[in-house]
Write a protein that binds this ligand. Structure first.
Ligand code: F0G
Length: 457
């Protein structure tokens, strides 16, 4: 059959509140044109993030009832530990309340002033936790990953020669580990190839450095490898994931993505000493080592989610539905990062609104228009998020102006996506009438969450 259908039936539903354009204009004004300040029940289709927004399965909900809430040695912990070990093969599995907590524990132990952490692209919280420890976060994305309009299979790959030069320049003793993020969220949800992971591993081995994987979207990455990388067509996604982790010495994971839960995460690793130190810190900041800030029921839901995520019918539907949205936008002439990524479509706001300069926030203008036109919530990843001023007060724009439409897992059907396409096309038609914006309030750090805007008509 040609039609790829949602590989689930719907047992429980949550109503969407519909709003009129006039109501949305008002809500947007009241939220100072910042979608983070909107009430979620005034949103029709929420594409702000794919994190913690998944629909859980009936088996996961059954696991919620079945969760063992013992403080220590809960049976849910052992089920969780076994599920993570089956996929990753790591010796120590440390639960945390979400991804950034695993990062905090890891980098508090290995980071610190004078240290450097290389990654293909650090996600914001990873960078923040590296920097918070006093270390420096450096990105080594392959050149092709930096060009939104060029299509390639593995645009998340690391630039291996640049990584090796960096190790030589900074000194092995100053690099506690190398990290690789699959898929590369900040670079458009683009996958990393097995070949690239092997090459990174070879460099790590040569210099005696551990390799860690930021594994939030490991199943989506594994599926891309199966579809695109020679030699993997006949392997199962589980086998591919196992091979990927076999090259690594540890991983951090936000279970809010590819473990199909609303909260949770883990740190997994092999080194005895580091694991002991991480567990000790976990007990101070997160909780005892068999729950790490989670309830027993959360561990049960993660264990079940990890079994479901490697189902290839699910992954085929998942990757295809994101690609479908991307294809329709491309054929309407709407500029996006190509090819479509695993969990999101990234609009290229520079090409969408060439007349609005970065300091007037073209991405924010699209985000506001998407909400007003159709109640769709997206997020700007450009000048609002990363723009800064130099020491002379001159504006410095980031390299790309993007808008992310992240697709929650198992939440929206094809007709919801068709609606998104219709709204996008409508907004694109009206692009010449769209205003730039100015900021009227900004916090000193992470301003995008709370900034207030005004349109420049
Ligand atoms: N690493 C990556 C690649 C991520 O995408 C995220 C979260 C994290 C780490 C941190 O995990 O949120 O559980 O603490 N990304 C979300 C997003 C927030 O919207 O992309 P967390």
């Amino acid at each position: 059959m040609k039609n790829i259908i949602e590989p689930f039936k719907i047992k429980s539903v949550e109503p969407i509140t519909f709003t009129t354009r006039d109501e949305r204009l008002n809500f947007m004004k009241e939220a100072y044109y910042n979608p983070f300040l909107l009430r979620a029940d005034s949103v029709i289709i929420d594409l702000l993030t794919d994190s913690g927004t998944s629909a859980m399965s009936s088996k996961q909900w059954a696991g919620i009832m079945d969760g063992d809430e013992a403080y220590a040695g809960s049976k849910s912990f052992f089920r969780f530990e076994e599920a993570v070990k089956k996929i990753t093969g790591f010796k120590y599995i440390i639960p945390t309340h979400q991804g950034r907590a695993a990062e905090k524990i890891l980098f508090t132990n290995v980071g610190g002033p004078g240290k450097y952490i290389p990654n293909n692209t650090h996600f914001d919280t990873t960078r923040a936790n590296v920097e918070f420890s006093g270390a420096v976060a450096e990105d080594f994305l392959n050149e092709i990953g930096k060009h939104p309009e060029i299509r390639a299979d593995f645009k998340g790959n690391m630039d291996v020669p640049a990584l090796e030069n960096f190790i030589k320049e900074k000194g092995v003793e100053n690099i506690p580990l190398v990290m690789i993020t699959v898929t590369n969220n900040s670079g458009g949800g683009q996958p990393v190839s097995m070949q690239n992971i092997r090459e990174v591993k070879a460099v790590c081995k040569k210099y005696g450095l551990p390799l860690f994987i930021d594994a939030c979207r490991f199943a989506e990455n594994s599926y891309f490898i199966k579809k695109r990388e020679p030699g993997y067509q006949d392997k199962s996604v589980l086998e591919i994931a196992q091979e990927m982790f076999s090259y690594a010495d540890g991983a951090t994971m936000s279970a809010k993505k590819d473990a199909l839960v609303n909260i949770g995460g883990f740190l997994a690793l092999n080194d005895d000493n580091l694991a002991m130190n991480c567990r000790n810190l976990l007990i101070v900041t997160e909780g005892f080592s068999t729950y790490g800030g989670l309830a027993g029921r959360d561990l049960e839901a993660i264990a079940q989610g990890l079994e479901e995520i490697v189902d290839e019918n699910y992954l085929q539907y998942r990757i295809r539905s994101v690609e479908y949205l991307g294809e329709r936008l491309i054929s309407a002439g709407i500029p996006i990062i190509e090819p479509p990524g695993g969990h999101a479509i990234y609009l290229d706001a520079k090409r969408f609104l060439p007349n609005i300069p970065p300091e007037q926030f073209p991405g924010q203008s699209i985000v506001a228009a998407l909400y007003i036109e159709g109640g769709i919530r997206a997020v700007e990843i450009g000048s609002v998020m990363f723009g800064r001023y130099d020491e002379h007060g001159k504006y410095v724009a980031p390299p790309m102006e993007l808008v992310r439409l992240a697709i929650p897992r198992r939440v929206y059907t094809q007709s919801h996506i068709d609606y998104v396409i219709e709204v996008m096309i409508e907004v694109f038609k009206k692009r010449n009438e769209m205003p730039g914006y100015k900021i009227t309030y900004e916090a000193p750090m992470l301003r995008h969450f709370t900034a207030k805007f005004e349109p420049l008509f």
